[in-house]
Design a protein. Structure first.
Length: 353
């Protein structure tokens, strides 16, 4: 059953299925899509006929390319609070998925970016094909990795810092190596796996995992795993200056070529987005998921006023001049830290400003 909120909803066997169906926009999440997912889960919560949930995509290119950032931009420019409603509803939806009493699976086939990455991480069982590409690319638009990335990326230590700052994409092989997904299933067998889940008389977690296990294959070797020593060497430093200095001083050969590429990427990103993204990864290691999400929500609201998000979206999405005028004055960054202080209490403010 298709709906008017870019979701396709159906129940087959004991499986309730929610398919993201905004293919023209790579399933970028709108507020009606988020509200629709939330409402459908609530409808199925007490429905005994629905034993488990599957979230997937009708797009051949993407699971979800993130949130609808043009909507957030337009809301802010119009002077209304719809962008705040978007964030609040999105975070409530993510919490509802994580705490849902029935197993929520997600099948990932294509781009899994930003808000789509956060949606996938909230699900209980994550299945990906070889076609998937994962990233938190927010610093490119003057924002910071949110939707729980303060928690799930910080658990990756230096790799999380690398992903948060650069926004570089990783493969499904890399995601499996990092435990960001649970299973690797070939894209060509997704329909077969879905049919097996529909046909199953019982869909509890044990039976679901048994079914999935009969479809898994070993993916290609993780390229990120091969480069882990380089990532650790350059992205383990406590300050942004030291990270960039380390990349600039890289030795000869392949390490130098890769380091120069990463340095060039970082130099394109706004200072405030990089600084805050780094701090979030550092403090996130000591915060619960709930505290991390609260911290992000507080930061989202103040960021629209004081961060570089509006300018980033203007330059890259609206006017498309690709010439963002990022802030260079650190005063705004200091105000952001002061605003965050009520929940950012792992160490004295002067030590992280």
């Amino acid at each position: 059953m298709s709906t008017d909120n870019n979701l396709a909803i159906r129940v087959q066997g004991g499986l309730g299925m929610i398919s993201l169906d905004r293919t023209s926009h790579l399933n970028a999440l709108t507020l009606p899509m988020i509200q629709g997912i939330e409402a459908q889960l609530e409808q199925w919560r007490e429905d005994a006929a629905v034993q488990a949930i599957l979230i997937n995509s009708n797009s051949p290119k993407a699971f979800c390319a993130g949130g609808d950032i043009r909507y957030l931009y337009d809301s802010y420019q119009a002077g209304n609070t719809q962008y705040q409603d978007f964030f609040a509803t999105e975070y409530r939806m993510l919490s509802n998925i994580r705490n849902f009493p029935k197993t929520v699976m997600v099948m990932l086939d294509g781009y899994v970016l930003g808000g789509g990455f956060g949606l996938a991480q909230a699900c209980h069982i994550k299945i990906s094909s070889e076609k998937s590409r994962f990233a938190m690319p927010e610093t490119a638009i003057g924002f910071f990795p949110d939707v729980g990335a303060t928690h799930f990326l910080s658990r990756l230590d230096d790799v999380g810092v690398y992903m948060a700052l650069t926004g570089e994409q990783i493969s499904s092989s890399d995601a499996l190596y990092l435990d960001l997904i649970d299973y690797h299933v070939p894209s060509a067998r997704f329909a077969e796996l879905e049919a097996a889940l529909i046909a199953a008389p019982l869909l509890n977690p044990i039976e679901i995992r048994k079914i999935i296990s009969s479809f898994i294959t070993h993916p290609a070797e993780s390229e990120l795993q091969k480069r882990i020593e380089q990532i650790n060497a350059h992205f383990s430093y406590a300050t942004l200056d030291d990270i960039e200095h380390s990349l600039a001083q890289a030795g000869t050969g392949p390490d130098q070529e890769w380091a120069q590429k990463m340095l060039a990427i970082l130099r394109q990103r706004p200072v405030m987005a990089k600084q805050v993204s780094l701090k979030l990864q550092q403090v996130g290691q000591n915060l619960s998921l709930e505290k991390s999400m609260q911290l992000e929500r507080n930061l989202q609201d103040v960021w629209m006023q004081q961060g570089d998000f509006i300018e980033g979206v203007r330059a890259l999405i609206v006017d498309k001049d690709k010439n963002p005028q990022w802030q260079t004055d650190n005063t705004a960054f200091e105000k952001v830290l002061e605003t965050l202080w009520p929940v950012w209490n792992t160490q004295p403010l002067e030590q992280i400003s």
